[in-house]
Design a protein around this ligand. Structure first.
Ligand code: AMP
Ligand code: MG
Length: 496
């Protein structure tokens, strides 16, 4: 069922029903003369908004911060967190306004404005988001969804000429994000660091009751509230491990894996200086502000575990049994490894993962690293090699002979892997898991430049490709090509 006006939406506002200490009620600060650059009909459908509704004046007033969502209770929430491995104390929604929670035809979705002005948690910053980073978040969340990776979504992108000071003067934009919840690991750290176990318990109960009700069932495990918390940690651990396997398998680097950017639902959250890798490096760092490489590609899985330890540590106030907490976290590595191997086996066209596939994969990654081979195209062109054309795959490597020699090892392995069927079927299965289109930095940059000139055409084209990144679309060769030379000069940093 879809509706044409916002006041027909049904709202729940469950977060606003938490005690006052969890948030501040407030009004957004609207942009001057806002323009709707793009509305996402697919996200709109999740909450039952028609195309007409998304292009109404009333919708623009809401997503530009001029008017509250009818029936919503606008608020900014408080959280804390570890940034770059260091305790940062209180953070909170410094530039995010939660408008309310819509009860949609496809579940409940919170709507949040990012960049709609200062809040009590803005600290020294301005509460704004620039067009550049807003386009990047808008595109990335939909690209992630197209890849089948859990993520927050993006509903609308509003722009204005309001100036925003960063390294240079830029212009302001607001992305309306959607998620079942924006609760973070840092939301838990907030209450444990303040030694307020009551609030911690309220938050945990809220998250369990709303998102993880099965954790209340003991099923032979620890009974009572402590058991539920252990099962919550186990489920968040499992989802986070799967998310890391997903990220690694598409060459995604988040860039700022601080605990305040870790979703309690295991979603990709807070797109800033992220990057989908072009030339592969094991220790690729996508964020120019990350001088130590804490969040390099090959460190992401272990950083996620470090972050889970901070979450587990927060729950310690309610679960005195440290060994029980630790043993839950001990499950992370096996879950991650199994999921990563499964995904990599599929990418390599293998029916299942065998222990001796480990050196095969390691040698490929090492070869890609040494040759700076393109991550996305390396895997995509493996299917062409399976079809009998290894040239395109080899072309990605400076050492073409080494690439071919590696491919012959894979082909030998395929020959033993009867279950995956004939070459055509195997190649088709590989194409279904190895994207052809990926949100490369330079593609986002082109969309940003077009957006600056007032055009959303590039955003439209990109969304059309990234929503189904596995299917080749005629006439779109340029979007599947290696990055141009200037792409190497794009710098993304924490400035957003
Ligand atoms: P991030 O690393 O972008 O996830 O942000 C870390 C913290 O800084 C969060 O509490 C954000 O709300 C806050 N923050 C980032 N940029 C701004 C801004 N321009 N204005 C206010 N708060 C901000
Ligand atoms: Mg953040």
């Amino acid at each position: 069922m879809t509706v044409d006006t916002l006041d027909q939406l049904r709202l729940d506002n469950s977060f606003a029903a938490l005690p006052k200490a969890f948030y501040t009620r407030l009004e957004p600060q609207p942009l001057t003369a806002p323009r709707l650059l793009h509305a996402n009909e697919q996200a709109g459908a999740l909450i039952g908004l028609s195309r007409q509704a998304l292009h109404s004046d009333a919708f623009l007033r809401v997503v530009s911060g001029q008017q509250p969502l009818p029936g919503g209770q606008t608020l900014a929430s408080v959280y804390s967190g570890h940034q770059f491995g260091v305790w940062a104390g209180q953070l909170g929604d410094g530039r995010a306004h939660l408008l309310g929670e819509v009860v949609g035809p496809q579940g409940n979705w919170e709507l949040q404005l990012k960049g709609a002005g200062m809040t009590p948690y803005s600290r020294m910053a301005d509460g704004r988001a620039v067009l550049r980073s807003s386009v990047r978040e808008y595109l990335a969340s939909e690209a992630m969804h197209g890849l089948g990776i859990p993520t927050t979504r993006a509903l609308a992108l509003v722009v204005s000429d309001d100036p925003v000071m960063r390294e240079t003067v830029e212009t302001a934009a607001i992305v309306t994000r959607m998620s079942p919840s924006f609760v973070r690991f840092g939301s838990f750290e907030h209450w444990s660091s303040r030694r307020q176990p009551e609030e911690l318990r309220i938050l945990a109960d809220y998250v369990i009751d709303k998102f993880y009700p099965a954790c209340r069932e003991a099923q032979g495990g620890v009974a009572g509230p402590e058991g539920a918390l252990l099962r919550l940690l186990a489920e968040v651990t499992r989802r986070t491990a799967l998310l890391m396997a997903d990220w690694q398998a598409v060459g995604f680097c988040h860039g700022v894996m601080n605990t305040d950017n870790m979703s309690i639902l295991g979603l990709t959250l807070d797109y800033g200086p992220y990057g989908f890798m072009d030339a592969f490096r094991l220790d690729h760092i996508c964020n120019h502000s990350d001088s130590e490489g804490r969040y390099a590609w090959n460190r992401q899985p272990s950083v996620a575990l470090w972050n889970l330890y901070r979450l587990g540590g927060s729950l310690h106030a309610l679960v005195p049994d440290v060994d029980a907490l630790r043993s839950v976290l001990d499950g992370y590595e096996a879950t991650f490894t199994r999921a990563f191997h499964q995904r990599m086996a599929a990418k390599l066209g293998l029916h299942d993962w065998r222990i001796d596939d480990e050196p095969l994969l390691d040698d490929l990654l090492r070869l890609m690293h040494d040759n700076r081979a393109d991550f996305t195209l390396t895997f995509r062109r493996l299917a062409d090699a399976v079809r009998g054309q290894a040239q395109g795959f080899q072309d990605l490597f400076i050492d073409r002979d080494a690439a071919l020699a590696w491919y012959e090892r894979l082909a030998a392995r395929h020959a033993q892997d009867g279950a995956a069927g004939d070459a055509q079927a195997r190649a088709a299965a590989m194409d279904a898991v190895n994207p052809l289109y990926i949100l490369r930095n330079h593609l986002a940059e082109q969309a940003i430049q077009a957006a600056k000139a007032g055009s959303a055409e590039d955003i439209d084209i990109l969304l059309g490709l990234l929503r189904d990144p596995y299917t080749e679309q005629p006439g779109r060769e340029a979007y599947a090509a290696l990055p141009p030379d200037w792409a190497g000069g794009i710098e993304v940093s924490c400035s957003s």
